[in-house]
Design a binder for this molecule. Sequence first.
Ligand code: NDP
Length: 400
Amino acid sequence: MTKVLCVLYDDPVDGYPRSYARDDIPKLERYPDGQTLPTPSAIDFKPGQLLGSVSGELGLRKFLEDQGHTLVVTSDKDGPNSRFERELPDADVVISQPFWPAYLTEERIKKAKKLKLAITAGIGSDHVDLQAAMERSITVAEVTFCNSISVSEHVVMMILALVRNYIPSYQWVVKGGWNIADCVERSYDFEGMNVGTVAAGRIGLAVLRRLKPFDVKLHYMDRHRLPEKVEKELGLTYHPNVESMVKVCDVVTINCPLHPETEHMFNDELLSKMKRGSYIVNTARGKICDRDAIVRALKSGQIAGYAGDVWFPQPPPQDHPWRTMPHHGMTPHISGTSLSAQARYAAGTREIIEAFLGGKPIRDEYLIVDEGKLAGTGAHSYSAGDATKGSEEAARYEKV
Ligand code: NDP
């Protein structure tokens, strides 16, 4: 029988919801590129429920226990005495979400003697030491496309929030003020600006498509070029490297995975090449930016604003400087875990487990590592290596 160890974020502080703000979520037929939505044999939850927190259990308990398997669900994931680390030695499958990642470092993989499959309930498997997973022939799979559109919507929101100075203006209202000059001294129109995305994969391309109606000038850089038809349709300027793109952009959005090639891509040197007063929106991974270089660039005015929902490590300790740096629009990691997205990645996680338990192949597009090498989406979008170093710091976080 299989032991599935699942790490999820905590329930709301007031307890697991008994009712919801809305009664349903839209039913989608397909993803924009034609890929089918998850196809598990069944689901044991109502789409729109909170599934990503401990009591939601990704809707997996009944399905697994009916077949005699064991499901352990915990949010206690950091440090050597965490429940995650105690349960790891005899776990066959680990499930974790990027929002509250159970870092599978080389050291932990060594302890996980029985581990065969690490599932990311979401997208982005950088919390797993992919090099160590390859060496141990552990399969790493994620639910490709499940929340790419969710994130692209968030990116548009954050770009507008920064450029138009939304968050400080909202705060003046809450404080009881009517301080129009204070609100607008950093407020601009987005129209006409140059906007560039680092990577034009599922999220990056969706962001470009959503930004087109704002009459902005669109740029992208990626390792593979988009089809000429798409470049023409959206009026895109392609840049072979990130330096050439950031030099001309007023807004830069980061949408590539974190892997050794992209770790700390936005360091002091690259930031110094950006247009003074540009904005960065990073919903990809915190570690793609050098933490302290971002703070320095905001303080000096080299960049006018930074927003995103991804940090390193997660959760970030209370003294993480991005909590207090000037002109930021940071949230906890939420863009890919709307209730709508949860329904898709819970179903996708079940699809992956069903394939694993039934001895059937996991969809190629879900694979990051398989049979000792990068595979599927992993082979296209990642490079070999490890990006988990420093994740132990997550143990310093204290709940508020
Ligand atoms: P995709 O795999 O569709 O796209 C990733 C793109 O990044 C690919 O086009 C890939 O290029 C490109 N890329 C990889 N390395 C580089 C590089 N060195 N320079 C430039 N481009 C590069 O994934 P998604 O768009 O769906 O997701 C992207 C990332 O966003 C995820 O890996 C994850 O980290 C993050 N994410 C965040 C979420 C959140 O909640 N905040 C939720 C979902 C994802 P190519 O394949 O052409 O080589």
